[in-house]
Design a protein around this ligand. Structure first.
Ligand SMILES: [Zn+2]
Length: 392
């Protein structure tokens, strides 16, 4: 096991150590481009937070990724669509459905969405809460017009958050939707946001849950890999009390609602380092076994003259395509906007366009893969869904 003197946990400041096994995996960026390396995975010996090693290599990688960032490029800029047994719907609409069951927000108020991108979360929130004033914040002003076109949008800020607060704050709610995992100092950021909230205001956070979805570890620019306990701990360390932890608001993700802890409340007790260690180790091991199983299956199919396809062109499919280079014939995707395009040099087909007998490898956590396989078998009986290995 490799250790580097001076690796410090980004949540609690405790000593962080490299997780074994440290297979030399490739990586993928959060805007779905291949990357030559995943980066070292560390786990904190004090609180169990799993994180990337934020060394010079990682900082150079992150800068290169953000300098060339394109959201949703395979869908021509349209927001990602979630497909499941309930049908297809935009990701943020599905998220609001899950989150709103846990919140008790008044009929009117003000929301600041930090890292708002093109305003997808603001738009979905505004549809659920039409009496609210909506504000967006992003690191650059490129998408200001899109955000301001969202019904209910009252302001867009970039640059210092304190300027947003001075002009339009404090806010009844502040949201960080798929943002905290990109922040090298998550606790410091959450602490700063506390000052933007009214007393009793609501913090809303959503992040990938690597305990549900090990593929999150492969995302190079995700420097924090949260699961429910470490997400809650980050908020507690930043001075919040947890209102709700959402393990089921969205498949493969975890969210929380929290409010500023009234002054004088005791600091939270230590986390459980063993939980993070075990989760990180089994997740990396499962990724290794998944790649090995997919290679073996591809060889067997090719020996029968049958194509081997990856299902989905998002993070997992794109990462697997790199790890399985030379073994994959095409992608199959349910998103009609992607059909007929190529991704990583491979064609993207709709399920109906794939040749009979195509083996369709489902790069998803096992339980989710099983439910997708059932759905695909009914809808497209000419395809053979292939499940990943079980998780321990
Ligand atoms: Zn820690």
């Amino acid at each position: 096991m490799k250790t580097t003197a001076g690796d410090v946990c980004t949540l609690c400041g405790g000593p962080a150590r490299a997780v074994s096994p440290g297979a030399a995996f490739s990586g993928v960026t959060s805007d779905i481009k291949p990357w030559p390396r995943m980066g070292a995975i560390l786990c904190c010996e004090a609180c169990g937070h799993v994180q990337k090693r934020l060394d010079g290599q990682w900082r150079a990688d992150a800068k290169a990724i953000y300098d060339d960032y394109v959201m949703y490029h395979l869908s021509d800029g349209a927001e990602q669509v979630v497909f499941d047994a309930a049908g297809a719907s935009p990701r943020t609409a599905r998220l609001i459905e899950g989150m709103s069951a846990a919140w008790s927000l008044p009929g009117s108020g003000s929301l600041l969405d930090v890292g708002c991108g093109g305003g997808a979360f603001l738009a979905a929130f505004g549809r659920a809460m039409p009496g609210w004033k909506l504000f967006g914040h992003d690191h650059c002003a490129q998408r200001r017009a899109e955000v301001m076109a969202v019904p209910g949008a009252c302001g867009f800020h970039c640059g210092a958050l304190t300027d947003a607060a001075a002009q339009d704050g404090p806010f009844d709610a502040v949201s960080l939707i798929y943002v905290l995992e990109h922040m090298p100092e998550p606790v410091a950021e959450l602490s700063r946001l506390r000052a933007l909230l009214k007393p009793g205001g609501t913090l809303m956070v959503m992040v990938p849950d690597f305990a549900q979805n090990p593929f999150d570890l492969a995302v190079v620019d995700h420097c924090g890999h949260f699961f429910a306990e470490t997400l809650a701990r980050a908020a507690e360390l930043a001075g919040y009390e947890i209102v709700a932890l959402g393990r089921q608001w969205m498949a493969k993700e975890v969210g929380l609602l929290a409010r500023p802890r009234p002054g004088g409340a005791p600091a939270p007790k230590d986390g459980d380092p063993n939980q993070g260690q075990a989760l990180a180790r089994t997740s990396l091991d499962w990724l290794s076994r998944t790649v090995a199983a997919a290679k073996e299956t591809a060889r067997a199919l090719h020996a029968q003259g049958r194509p081997f396809a990856l299902f989905g062109t998002a993070i997992a499919g794109s990462w697997l395509a790199q790890e399985l280079a030379g073994h994959v014939d095409c992608f199959v995707d349910e998103d009609v906007l992607r059909w007929g395009k190529t991704h990583l040099g491979l064609p993207i087909l709709g399920p109906a366009q794939a040749a009979p007998g195509t083996g369709l490898f489902l790069g998803f956590p096992p339980a989710l893969a099983t439910s997708i396989a059932e759905r695909l078998t009914q809808a497209h009986p000419h395809l053979t869904p292939l499940l990943p290995p079980e998780q321990p």
